[in-house]
Design a binder for this molecule. Structure first.
Ligand SMILES: C[S@@+](CC[C@H](N)C(=O)[O-])C[C@H]1O[C@@H](n2cnc3c(N)ncnc32)[C@H](O)[C@@H]1O
Length: 293
């Protein structure tokens, strides 16, 4: 189906959701009273959907699997066992917490720490969204403690692995599946980014915020992991936030000032609740709250 047809279908869906007719793919109505946030045409127009973006991230994952250990990404959720109760943990603890062990091969294969900056209370029994979900490293684990998890990505290769390895309360979509993504409008409690916002420039951040705004409940939380270079550590390819995407290096980093983060939040209807800089991790973690709370 071409993009024009997709958008025509989507506007049909948007009209349906305004009438409260929004349905899951299974035909079950969504259990949410917040279905009024439909994507407007500005959002639809601003998400870049050309095939080259899928290709470049598919290739990036192929290279990663050839050069790094792919096993944590390939292990199936049936082999995972919860080893910690994270409900009362603070963001810094969650970042460093290993949530699962791999049954039968403990000591040989470990998934390592969760690597997201969010309180446990914002994950346990919540609807959690991740944009830039990759092969479902987080989804297959959060699916064990969240009410539901939604992952969105450009890479079809990564999404195939995510679908194969995650429990049934995890839903994965390519960014071009906008009509299906829209079915989750206004239902998500929390959005997390894991090694994701570091790769986004200002232009991308704006539509990512708009997409998150559409999917989050009013008062919902978005936790973003921006890059912040530590001068004491040798740096890779790092650009200023207002630069264009780098055609040669999809995995390059972009650095945002506080002012740029505030400005983007304001444009998209969020307030900035908290900023935590961690130079050891080379991250600027930001909590955005969907306004009005
Ligand atoms: C470094 S990987 C992190 C994957 C995953 N969060 C993890 O920690 O394993 C970044 C992912 O974001 C995806 N990505 C990059 N830019 C994106 C965008 N603007 N929208 C959606 N996905 C994007 C890439 O395809 C890739 O899978």
């Amino acid at each position: 189906m071409d993009i024009k047809n997709k958008l025509a279908n989507l506007s049909q869906l948007v009209r349906s959701s305004a009438l409260g007719l929004n349905m899951r793919a299974s035909g079950q109505p969504l259990k949410s009273s917040h279905l009024s946030q439909s994507p407007d045409s500005t959002l639809l127009d601003s998400i870049p959907l050309d095939q080259s973006l899928t290709d470049r991230w598919d290739r990036e994952w192929l290279t990663y699997f050839l050069t790094e250990n792919p096993r944590p990404f390939l292990v199936d959720h049936h082999h995972l066992r919860l080893i910690d109760n994270v409900r009362r943990k603070e963001a810094v603890e969650i970042y460093n917490t290993a949530l699962v062990s791999v049954q039968g091969v403990e000591g040989l294969l470990s998934l390592g720490a969760l690597g997201i900056w969010v309180k446990g209370a914002d994950l346990v029994r919540k609807n959690v969204l991740e944009i830039g979900c990759g092969p479902g490293f987080l989804g297959k684990q959060l699916g064990m403690i969240a009410a539901a998890y939604v992952g969105i990505d450009y890479s079809k290769l990564a999404l195939s692995i995510a679908r194969l390895t995650s429990p049934p309360n995890c839903f994965y979509y390519h960014l071009a599946d906008l009509s299906q993504i829209t079915q989750h409008a206004g239902t998500m409690d929390t959005m997390v980014g894991r090694n994701f916002f570091i790769h986004q420039n200002y232009e991308n951040l704006l539509w990512i915020l708009q997409l998150a705004y559409m999917l989050l409940k009013p008062g919902g939380l978005m936790s973003a992991d921006f890059y912040q270079g530590n001068p004491a550590i040798p740096q890779g390819v790092v650009h200023l936030a207002r630069n264009k995407l780098d055609p040669r290096y999809p995995s390059c980093a972009f650095e945002f000032s506080i002012q740029e983060i505030e400005q983007a939040a304001k444009e998209a209807g969020f307030t900035v609740q908290n900023v935590t800089d961690n130079l050891d991790l080379q991250r600027r973690f930001v909590f955005f709250i969907k306004y009005p709370g």
